[in-house]
Design a protein around this ligand. Structure first.
Ligand SMILES: Nc1ncnc2c1ncn2[C@@H]1O[C@H](COP(=O)(O)OP(=O)(O)OP(=O)(O)O)[C@@H](O)[C@H]1O
Length: 762
């Protein structure tokens, strides 16, 4: 098969993660496989059997870097090794500071072309002082036990034939504002049970006569409560991955990779590379096909990013196999693209151990916010144990990989963890080290969006129900699905978690034994924890999740279970909180509308300012630049973001989800808000203004009822939408919708009240 050629994104992006390895670590020594112990690192290379007259430093780097999974820019001193000074200047301090937690161990085999025996050496950091930190973080197991569902909910769950997933569109997400990493809590951890354990172990192994390796494994396991359907979550340091990394002989550079050569003085040089046939096949299978591309409206750049993300994962993470060989360990075969979100890809796979179908979420560490998302998601998942909340079966991070660049990402944003930003001065070796975080969950047949779309379109629907529909799902399916999602959300709220992004794309359904429909909430990337003021000693029920990002700001936050202070909502609403809005625009409740418009206005101001600057550049007129990260100011008093309570926002969104299930679409007001956000606003929003929408009657028979609701100001939207017969819907269901969609957040139902509502229990 012809070698695939992958275009490499431009290397001029100044915001990449850059870590350097001083060339002094690659010493030109004459002793055989010597290992020189240093204070922070052990580094040595035996080049005894190498012809130093012909081998160059470029050869050495080419041997090291692919094996470690690094993409690199390497500007070696010219000439063969023999012409180099014995000690090439480097900066050990940089290495000691950045590398130990990132590069576990580099195995270098230098195989001379003349056939003489290869020389082997290791470049390895001293064991990081993780163990003491780990011990400190150790705490008891999950105090979140499975809750039995109310009998009404059990009774409501009905038979649903298998569904065929359809494609979907993505709703616009509002990205959270930049995180501040300055407020990390280090309070001791607390928990209730003792099923949490961690281990740091060492092992040795011998391979061929030419190489001996030792591997160090740091791992953490969390055993959930007995009877739990979840498997242990283990975050594994990159040591594990590296121990299986291939060794690359210099004479046969068989594993090439997209490489960018550039320097400030020379033009960018792109090198096309060959990728193994197995990986090419796997890539072809996993990259979204033409139909998916059209449905997701992927841009060429997004596709390119997906390709590089997948390529890096397939080539550098031993957890993913492409060979098809069955192995009894925790490996996954990836077989299908499922969807993509703001931060990465979701793929279907099979767990080789038992053939279980899994969904594998790849989160590329393209910025601090994606790193935060990974932790938020895992922190939530480790606190959850409920049938209607998607469990996590496995979690790990791929070794620092060769994703050359994810475009449009500014890793120098204020929230970027300082330890991964790297240094910027010119050195001999520059390595790009974005990670890929992975979360493995059970695969579900479809998301609610698919299910609704399938029924609406009437194509390929396998749902057999005699029940009537008023535009959405058959009404006898709506209740069991909604009830389960409500049970899942109520469980989260009872533990102090705000989901933050309830929508039809984040609700999964499948048919389980006996034809029962199982519905689960997923995607906890926007989840926040809200400590209850009534009980100031309460700690976040999630477990600490360790990841291998050096000085990870999330892993040291004890009190909040891995949530930064900025992830924690104030129970009174987050009036002064940087997270003035989050989630998905169309699903935001009235109390957040002001924030949506304010943000749109800010964005518009920034765009105008940029245009002014460009114009000024052309005309040479002086326009003062906004300081980096500065917010444009209003001429008058600066409006503030409105406060809001996260629980109430979740109830609103679940109400909208119920509305979509019943009527097949959201109320028109939601799209109006989306349009405001997308197009921007021209008027300056007034401080603290809340979005207010009319509640209007629809249908003569309901006029009086709706007029009453309008007068009372209770309902924030027009229920049913144009052309839909609201009157055809059970009066109790309409009542529930109105109360969940109450404009006034304080009057909105709480989740306990939702589950006790007459329509749910009836
Ligand atoms: N367990 C699963 N089984 C089947 N499909 C899934 C599963 N998990 C996720 N998906 C699909 O992948 C899509 C994206 O998943 P998810 O929303 O978790 O990703 P994300 O990157 O966090 O997206 P977002 O940007 O919306 O936060 C979902 O809408 C769903 O269609």
């Amino acid at each position: 098969m012809a070698a695939a050629t992958f275009a490499t994104p431009p290397s001029s992006n100044p915001h990449r993660n850059i870590i350097r390895i001083p060339v002094s670590l690659i010493k030109n020594t004459s002793t055989s496989a010597a290992v020189a112990k240093r204070k922070a690192v052990t580094a040595a290379v035996s080049l005894a059997s190498v012809s130093t007259a012909t081998t160059t430093m470029n050869d050495v780097a080419a041997a090291i870097l692919p094996a470690t999974g690094y993409n690199y820019n390497y500007r070696a001193p010219t000439g063969p090794l023999s012409s180099q000074s014995s000690s090439i200047a480097g900066n050990n301090a940089d290495f000691a500071q950045h590398i130990p937690a990132i590069v576990p161990r580099i195995k270098l085999i230098v195989r001379p072309a003349n056939g003489s025996s290869p020389a082997t050496a290791f470049i390895a950091p001293s064991p990081p002082s993780k163990s003491s930190a780990l011990k400190k973080r150790k705490r008891d197991g999950n105090n979140a036990s499975a809750e039995s569902s109310p009998s009404s909910a059990q009774a409501a769950i009905k038979t649903l034939p298998p569904v065929v997933p359809l494609k979907k569109r993505k709703l616009n997400d509002i990205r959270p504002q930049a995180l501040s990493f300055s407020s990390v809590s280090t309070s001791p951890l607390m928990g209730s049970s003792s099923s949490f354990r961690m281990s740091t172990s060492s092992s040795s192994s011998s391979s061929s006569s030419s190489s001996t390796s030792t591997s160090r494994t740091s791992s953490m396991s969390i055993d959930l409560a007995p009877g739990s359907s979840t498997h242990p979550i283990r975050i594994t340091s990159s040591d594990d991955e590296n121990s299986t990394s291939p060794t690359i002989p210099i004479s046969a550079v068989s594993m090439n990779y997209p490489v960018v050569h550039s320097s400030s003085s020379s033009p960018i040089e792109l090198t096309s590379t060959a990728v193994s046939p197995q990986i090419q096949t796997a890539l072809a299978r996993l990259i979204p096909n033409a139909e998916q591309q059209a449905l997701h409206a992927f841009t060429p750049q997004q596709l390119e990013n997906h390709k590089h993300l997948l390529l890096a994962v397939l080539m550098h993470c031993s957890r993913f196999s492409v060979s098809g060989e069955l192995e009894p360990e925790e490996r996954y075969d990836l077989d299908k693209f499922l969807g993509s979100g703001a931060s990465g890809l979701v793929l279907r796979g099979t767990r080789k151990r038992d053939g279980a179908k899994v969904a594998v979420k790849l989160i590329a560490e393209s910025s601090s916010s994606t790193h935060a998302k990974f932790h938020r998601e895992l922190s939530t998942l480790t606190a959850m144990n409920h049938e209607n909340v998607l469990p996590c079966w496995d979690a790990f991070s791929c070794p620092p990989s060769c994703v050359p660049s994810l475009s449009g990402v500014d890793t120098t944003s204020p929230g970027t963890p300082p330890s991964k930003a790297g240094v910027t001065s010119q050195k001999n070796l520059v390595v790009h080290v974005p990670r890929v975080f992975v979360i493995v969950a059970p695969y579900m047949d479809a998301c609610l969006f698919d299910l609704i779309d399938q029924h609406k379109s009437g194509t390929g629907s396998t749902i057999s129900s005699d029940s009537a529909s008023v535009g959405g799902l058959p009404l006898d399916i709506v209740k069991p699905v909604f009830t389960q999602l409500a049970l899942g959300l109520q469980y989260m709220h009872a533990r102090g978690f705000v989901h933050g992004d309830i929508k039809d794309e984040n609700a999964l359904v499948e048919v389980v034994n006996g034809g029962r429909v199982l519905a689960r909430l997923c995607d906890f990337g926007h989840t926040r924890w809200v400590p209850r003021e009534s009980n100031p000693t309460v700690v976040c029920p999630s477990k600490l999740v360790l990841c291998d990002v050096p000085e990870c700001p999330y892993a040291i936050s004890g009190k909040n279970g891995g949530f930064l202070e900025t992830d924690v909502l104030n129970p009174q609403g987050n009036r002064n909180h940087p997270y003035a809005l989050y989630g998905t625009t169309v699903m935001t409740p009235p109390e957040m509308h002001h924030n949506v418009r304010l943000k749109a206005w800010f964005r518009q101001q920034q765009q105008q300012h940029q245009l002014q600057q460009q114009a000024a550049g052309e005309t040479s007129a002086a326009v003062p630049a906004l300081p980096s990260g500065a917010t444009p100011q209003y001429s008058g008093a600066t409006p503030q973001y409105s406060g809001f309570g996260g629980f109430e926002a979740d109830v609103w969104a679940l109400g909208l989800l119920l509305h979509t299930m019943v009527f097949g679409e959201l109320p028109a007001e939601c799209y109006a808000l989306e349009s405001d956000y997308t197009t921007g606003v021209t008027k300056t929003p007034k401080a603290g203004r809340r979005g207010r929408r009319k509640a209007v009657a629809d249908g003569a028979e309901d006029e009086a009822e709706e007029a009453k609701a309008k007068k009372a100001g209770t309902c924030g939207v027009r229920i049913g939408g144009k052309g839909k017969k609201v009157g055809a819907v059970d009066r109790r269901l309409r009542d529930l919708l109105r109360k969940m969609l109450a404009r006034d957040a304080e009057k909105r139902l709480r989740m306990e009240e939702v589950l006790g509502h007459a329509w749910v229990v009836g």
